[in-house]
Design a protein around this ligand. Structure first.
Ligand SMILES: NC(=O)c1ccc[n+]([C@@H]2O[C@H](COP(=O)([O-])OP(=O)(O)OC[C@H]3O[C@@H](n4cnc5c(N)ncnc54)[C@H](OP(=O)(O)O)[C@@H]3O)[C@@H](O)[C@H]2O)c1
Length: 373
């Protein structure tokens, strides 16, 4: 009797596949399809929050221009697709022109998308990309710093910095500061962050004097998770610094955690991560749900007048103690400036660096006092 039940399982799975999965899930391996189908059941009871389409419903984005880094894949692609479907012009800054072109053609309003080649692991490429954007675009309303890597073995970039740090933080810092003067007066910047920023632990002395080796990890101190966490913490401190810099300017800046274990290409660099993310499909957000928090920060009229806030599940959320320390924000800013100063030659004509130095060179203590007040 028990045996006959077991024998029926393959038939039952086959029926589910025919009747449900093949109609609800398009691509991927059979295992991924089953897991996505289970995820769809969770989604139908909305425990994972809204999708990008739900979040942008009724928001007019025509006449807006949005720059997205890493827009050819995963969450970045989902955001590019959604914004262009709402008549927003999207500038896709991507590493791989071929993949970017395929992503562009997969969007309904592909004429609204423009491609820029950007390799964040090269300051030279960041400069070239920002120069092209400055040449073409009179104004940018929204910037979404989304590109990231995770799970890489230790490598140095051509600028002699650890790759995860440079791609996830420093390269995007330079890109944004280079194009800062074409940001619209009410521009919004969204830094795609992660809850993993909470796992950085620096002792008090390190917090007082952050050094290059603390952010751009040397080989002997490197683990890919550690490097990723640090890069995301630096992103939150960048948000604090920008919000100080733009105080009373009308511009705003947010950090957004999209969701955990969202199955994208982020986990592709190491097979155990790929396995972990795949097995989490039923319990994690879909890509569209993951994109909803950054898109909410980028577009929602509800956030007018607000800045320097970290969002998770489209709601405000406290950051870790280390990420709240505004003194540390200014120290990391100083460190960033010195890392770039040392590498000005690597970035060819130092326009990029000159503009990043355009942050006011005021006494740090004055900044912090003003800001906290
Ligand atoms: N997935 C999650 O569970 C999760 C959780 C928390 C936070 N996040 C954050 O969400 C954001 C989007 O990630 P995702 O999950 O959508 O991952 P993804 O599909 O791997 O997308 C990452 C994007 O970054 C681009 N990129 C990587 N290295 C680059 C470089 N050197 N120069 C320029 N672009 C580069 C990738 O381009 P290529 O296609 O050329 O590699 C890709 O377009 C990231 O900031 C990530 O940290 C994701």
């Amino acid at each position: 009797m028990l045996r006959s039940y077991f024998l029926r399982i393959p038939h039952a799975l086959n029926r589910v596949n025919k009747l449900y999965i093949s109609t609800t899930v398009k691509k991927g391996s059979l295992l991924q399809n089953y897991l996505s189908a289970v995820g769809n059941i969770f989604n139908s009871i909305t425990i994972h929050g809204p999708t990008v389409d739900e979040v942008t419903k009724d928001i007019d984005l025509s006449n807006k221009t949005c720059l997205i880094t890493g827009a050819n894949s995963g969450i970045g692609f989902e955001m590019a697709k959604c914004l262009s479907s709402r008549e927003c012009s999207v500038l896709m800054a991507c590493r791989n022109p071929y993949a970017a072109n395929n992503a562009k053609n997969a969007c309904e309003n592909s004429h609204l998308l423009k491609l820029y080649e950007l390799n964040l692991a090269s300051l030279r490429s960041v400069k070239k990309c920002s120069d092209e954007i400055l040449k073409d675009q009179p104004k940018i309303d929204i910037v979404i710093l989304n590109a990231a890597v995770f799970g890489l073995p230790w490598t140095l970039t051509e600028d002699s910095l650890e790759t995860t740090f440079q791609v996830n933080y420093l390269g995007q810092y330079v890109l944004l500061t280079n194009i800062e003067h074409i940001l619209a007066p009410d521009a919004r910047v969204v830094i795609v962050s992660s809850e993993s920023h909470r796992h950085v632990s620096w002792d008090f002395n390190h917090q007082l004097t952050p050094t290059e080796a603390m952010v751009s990890l040397p080989k002997q101190e490197y683990t890919s998770i550690r490097a990723y966490n640090i890069s995301k913490l630096c992103g939150i401190h960048f948000m604090h610094y920008l919000s100080y810099r733009w105080v009373n300017s009308g511009k705003s800046v947010f950090c957004a955690h999209p969701g955990s274990f969202v199955k994208t290409r982020l986990c592709r660099n190491w097979w155990p991560y790929e396995l972990l993310y795949t097995s989490m499909i039923p319990f994690s957000k879909s890509i569209s749900q993951a994109a909803s928090t950054p898109i909410y920060c980028a577009t929602s009229p509800e956030l007018k007048g607000l800045t320097d806030v970290y969002f998770k599940d489209c709601r405000r959320c406290e950051v870790s103690d280390l990420a709240q320390d505004l003194h540390l924000s200014f120290r990391i800013y100083d460190l960033t400036k010195s890392l770039l100063r040392d590498r000005a030659v690597a970035a060819a004509e130092p326009v990029a660096v000159k503009q990043s130095v355009a942050f006011p060179d005021v006494d740090e203590t004055t900044l912090v006092t003003n800001y906290s007040g």
